[in-house]
Ligand binder design. Structure first.
Ligand SMILES: C[S@@+](CC[C@H](N)C(=O)[O-])C[C@H]1O[C@@H](n2cnc3c(N)ncnc32)[C@H](O)[C@@H]1O
Length: 159
């Protein structure tokens, strides 16, 4: 099974990289895990709404270029649906049981995801109403995907 996270911009901070590398290593037992980075657009503070929409649209096109038709896509969105870790694990298990072997998660850039990306998504996941930095979101999501596999496989990691 293939799990892909698409993120906007390069991850620079060593501590995020180290955390993600740890979960990527652990996930190697359960799936082919990859993180795909697409270039971000400059988004200075002074942008108008139209300019912000353009930034999201451009980043969105780059994200959509990395998604194939067969992929089941989760968009990470603050206003999406919240789940518990157990519910998420059940959902992943069900998707694989019903033949989805390519699952892709999309995290927006500093301004968020474009309407086109949200439209392509098969489901939206919210990690609550807090706004998390997109780099940190990659780490938190990697951990939750790992947690889901430990739940599916009955390992004692999840309490
Ligand atoms: C800095 S946030 C963008 C904030 C933007 N105002 C928005 O509402 O999307 C960057 C990305 O991280 C992800 N993200 C941040 N907090 C999240 C949360 N609580 N739940 C789900 N995704 C989140 C989303 O993919 C978002 O597009």
């Amino acid at each position: 099974m293939n799990i892909k996270i698409i993120g906007v911009g390069k991850l620079k901070e060593k501590y995020f990289k180290a955390g993600i590398a740890e979960y990527a290593k652990r996930l190697g037992r359960y799936c082919k895990f990859e993180i795909v980075e697409v270039p971000d657009e400059k988004a200075p503070e002074s942008l108008s709404q139209a300019e912000m929409d353009e930034v999201m649209a451009k980043e969105g096109e780059r994200i959509l270029d990395k998604i194939k038709d067969r992929e089941y896509v989760y968009a990470l969105a603050i206003k999406g649906k919240e789940r518990s870790s157990e519910e998420f694990a059940k959902e992943i298990n069900k998707l694989t049981t019903y033949g989805h072997s390519d699952i892709t998660f999309v995290i927006g850039g500093s301004l968020g995801l474009s309407p086109a990306v949200l439209k392509r998504a098969d489901a939206q996941i919210s990690f609550g109403r807090f706004t998390l930095p997109h780099q940190l979101m990659r780490l938190v999501l990697s951990e939750q995907i790992y947690r889901a596999f430990t739940i599916i496989n009955g390992l004692p990691y999840h309490k």
